[in-house]
Design a protein around this ligand. Structure first.
Ligand code: NAD
Ligand code: UD1
Length: 337
């Protein structure tokens, strides 16, 4: 299929493109490079041996997108482009609402205008708010604690309403749980901007000696060891979920949780990292982070049943590959120095 991938040079998009190229799809990438590097395009080629096109285009720029879609006959669009830093979204909400909503509206408009049959959208487990795990796709969408999460819920709504008005459109809303890890080659992974907010990038920087110790946000949750529980999923498994959605030929509105279905606590993750990589991670327990919930993990039976997809890689694979990527990161590639 001929696929437009927005935000394709980012963390998840680049891994998804590798899997799409392996499955012989024809890929056009657009990215404004606000949170990625152009070199990633070459790395995708190095891994797969296959070509893809790249255009530096901002998804909020309707005219440029229109021009691109007019020239190509896309069968599908996978829409990863967006801002994702929770803390920043609280301080700069309009930046988030503008970018994430306008980009999604533009993609939806052009899908209709050019008869692009399928939209796959990057949603998040954050839409479930402080609800009860395991989350199923029917779990209520409760109030989000930050503007980033709100944009995900709003974009879902925008796309669902669009599909209802244009029933020929196949819509996939993929709710990611906690993607971590990196490509085995060590070429693709996550490079956070500044001090990492997320657990695994913070741990790998402590392992590298860039940060002194990990702060664990609370050990007084109602969980077996008191620390927060999440459903960590290897980014390569997550990437494969997009290929499964695309190739499923399903019509209508399709919503899937992409996770492993297993919950892991912060302490369990730290222990796994230490054991697999044979590195000690110094940590201290500090107070809870505002907005965090105690437990979040997915019921993944729907994706297995309807897409034939399930996550295969283990927590050990995730922490090994995350460290392999950080270890090999060259100084000039690091945005935190
Ligand atoms: P990322 O920041 O690595 O990738 C997003 C890419 O989009 C970047 O390359 C960035 O340069 C690009 N981009 C941003 N705004 C753009 C615009 N206006 N025009 C063109 N390009 C633009 O993030 P990621 O982790 O790969 O996430 C991809 C998607 O998945 C995002 O929509 C994110 O919200 C969503 N998501 C991520 C997670 C996660 O934990 N990483 C969890 C749930 C959902
Ligand atoms: C966060 C976002 C979520 C977003 C996701 C992926 C919040 C409230 N949620 O999810 O919207 O989709 O990132 O970008 O920010 N932890 C520590 N120390 C750290 C970092 C994290 O103890 O330095 C703990 C957290 O309290 C949590 C777990 O580790 O229990 C995972 O945290 P994180 O990786 O930030 O992911 P989420 O909070 O689940």
């Amino acid at each position: 299929m001929k696929i437009l991938v927005t935000g394709g040079l980012g963390y998840i998009g680049s891994h998804a493109i590798v899997q799409l190229l392996i499955s012989n799809h024809e890929i056009t990438i657009i990215d404004n490079l606000s949170n990625s590097q152009k070199e990633t395009h070459k790395k995708i080629k190095d891994i797969t041996g296959k070509n893809s096109d790249f255009y530096k285009i901002d998804t909020t720029n309707y005219a440029k997108l229109d021009n691109l879609c007019e020239k190509h006959n896309f069968d599908a669009v996978i829409h990863f482009a967006g801002y994702k830093a929770v803390g920043e979204s609280i301080n700069e909400p309009l930046k988030y609402y503008f970018n994430n909503l306008l980009s999604t509206i533009n993609i939806a408009k052009l899908a209709i205008k050019y008869d692009i049959n399928t939209i796959i959208f990057s949603s998040s487990a954050t839409v479930y708010g402080n609800g009860e795990s395991p989350f199923t796709e029917k779990s209520p969408l409760l109030e989000r604690t930050n503007p980033y999460g709100e944009t995900k819920a709003m974009c879902e709504r925008i796309l669902i309403d669009t599909q209802k008005a244009y029933p020929n459109l196949s819509l996939f809303l993929l709710r990611y749980f906690n993607p971590i890890g990196a490509h085995k080659s060590g070429l693709l992974g996550e490079i956070p901007n500044g001090i990492p907010n997320n657990l695994v990038p913070y741990i790998t920087q402590v392992a590298k000696g860039k940060r002194e110790k990990l702060q664990i946000y609370g050990n007084d949750y109602n969980t077996p060891d008191g620390t927060g529980i999440r459903d960590y999923i290897h980014v390569v498994d997550l990437a494969k979920g997009h290929v499964s959605a695309l190739e499923s030929n399903r019509t209508g509105i399709n919503i899937y949780n992409l996770g492993t279905g297993k919950g892991t606590s912060v302490l369990e993750l730290v222990n796994a990292f230490e054991k697999v990589n044979n590195i000690k991670i110094p940590f201290e327990i500090v107070s809870r982070r505002p907005g965090d919930i105690a437990v979040s993990y997915a019921d993944v039976s729907k994706a297995k049943r309807e897409l034939g997809w399930e996550a295969k890689l283990t927590l050990e694979d995730m922490v090994e590959d995350a460290w392999n990527f950080e270890k090999n990161l060259k100084k000039e590639e690091n945005k935190n120095d």
